[in-house]
Design a protein around this ligand. Sequence first.
Ligand code: GLA
Length: 691
Amino acid sequence: MPVRSQNNAWVLETQHTAYALGLNPAGLLTHRYWGAKLPYIEDYPAAPAPDGWASFNNPPQRTPEEYPTFHEIKFTEPCLKTTFSDGTRTTVLAFDRAEIVGEELRLHLRDQHYPLTVTLHYRAYPDYDLIERWATLRNTGSDPIQLERVWSAQWHVPEGEPYHLTHLYGHWMGEFQIQRAPLTQGVTVLESRRIHTSHHHSPYFALDRGATETSGEVWFGALAWSGNWKIAAEATDFGSTRINIGLNDWDFGWALRPGEDFVTPTTIAGYTPDGFGAASRTLHDYVRQTILPHGNVIHPMLYNSWEAVFFDVDVESQSRVAEVAASLGVELFVMDDGWFHGRNLDNAGLGDWWPDEKKFPDGLKPLVDRVNALGMDFGIWIEPEMVNPDSDLYRAHPDWVLHFANRERVTGRGQLILNLARKDVQDYLIEKLDKVLSDNPIKFIKWDMNRTVSEPGWPDYEGEAREVWVRYVQGVYRLWQTLRERHPDVLFQSCSGGGGRVDMGILRYADQVWPSDNTRATARLGIQEGFSLAMPALIMEAQVTEMEREVSLTFRFHAAMCGVLGISADITRWSESEREEARRWIALYKQIRPIVQLGDQYRLRSAQFGGGLSGVQYMRKDKREGVLFAFRTYIPDPALPQRLRLQGLNPEARYTVEGFDGVKSGAGWMRQDIVVPLMNFDSIVRRIHQV
Ligand code: GLA
């Protein structure tokens, strides 16, 4: 039973961990414990009741409340801030009752005076050692209640020694950079205010007190939301550390109407004593098994037209490329930007989602048929949330974009953002995209989102206009969900100028993502490493391109084979020997991809911090087979041996590693380095077999 309850105290148990909370003597819902599972229920500490010994250091300041609100003499971060209709701005929650529904614990709280109830949801995932949290607010009265901050949770880690916070930062062309730094007193804020998840920070965190890739305690988590989000990591002046996570409260507003609910996004978090690698593998399994629509299905090897021809697509040129693609072993042919009405450059066409009459006079069908006849599935690129001022859609509905009255509508990449919060906008897009998908046997959608927000206004909305931040994302989700339901065979990719929308919210609808527009293999190694902190290789599209031709085709293939392999290059210009090499790597990839996409990933040496040598290994779940990739970029010293250490083998079983002498036990391999034969800008892929 994953939830154990005793006298208003609860313990959520997973296979190896426990999370305990309960009412303290003052009746406050407080955190008690989060870490390794203990033998007896008595082992978990009681709900803490700090005593007050000075008005400045009073108990509310020092109580680890599970869902603190703005009230009392305390200045640590609250999860909830509201204004009631008479102007009262504090929320005073009292415990009402608890409910256990399967693996979920629901704690119902209500305001002492005002008609607001708050339900805190806790769900244990025993197999993944993860706990999921979210909150539901209900207005049980007759006047609206203004919500100003509603976070999903406050996560408490054990008090005492300070922590390091690990998070991901970056920018367009350089996403998923790993930062691990001491969390000092005060609040560290990571966030997006850009209306999408953003390239700049990811809604992911990890805390440790000296963990490594393979050892040490790590508390980690993420938020499932694809819009404005916030993490406020607070190290209090009393030695406690909290991660607040949820919707961004910046410019947020929501008028909770009588009888209505507001449900926050979910946050997932876990604990492991086995380092960052174990934390990542837990999240990989969780994403594949519980979030993705089809997390056990191998993803196809694709070709994408973008870096070969950009907007210059038509039946003839695409057919010529498709023939070469098919001869290499490509399974899915994706036509990127440029196929729809009036789209010749990035300054026109967005919004008009039907085939361009000049490029495709008979629709997409002739091209799709030719691609299918070559034995490949067909896919297209779309960017539904956008509109170019130069489009039929914008000329007909200039009020459909996010905007403010009397303000210039600032374009980004020549485009404006449609107000997806509006049902009429959603319905238009559903109709148009549904038609494209119904008219043609399309099996793949690349869903892009190429700018961030300005003028987040909705002038003709009659309610609280700042709701647009959340309603926009809800609208995006409705669009994905409706199209998925109507076209269940289609594989969806989430792209936002590369990795601008990679989060556990979109992954309920998207099968895979485009991590970065930067396809230079040497840069991708680091981007892929950061990506792997929270996300599995199954969803990580990786393509061989010509952005970095100075690096060998072999190296570029190896780097892309660490995820879902694809190619985006003018392959009609590849020499016969290049094509032959591509065929070889694609054939090998098809053999190893069940291990890469569905197995366990081990980061052997960091591409971001490893000083020019990096290694990553994938093992089948039963540990019988694996594959090792190693990369050397530039290391000036030619004499230094390049060392890696395998992981994840069964210590007792015996293994061979292709290219290395001998049969050794798993322990034998894992207790000694191997020296990888790499020159600068060299790479290897080696298979590992149990004998
Ligand atoms: C974005 C994507 C690219 C490509 C272009 C098309 O930049 O990240 O992969 O699809 O848009 O305009």
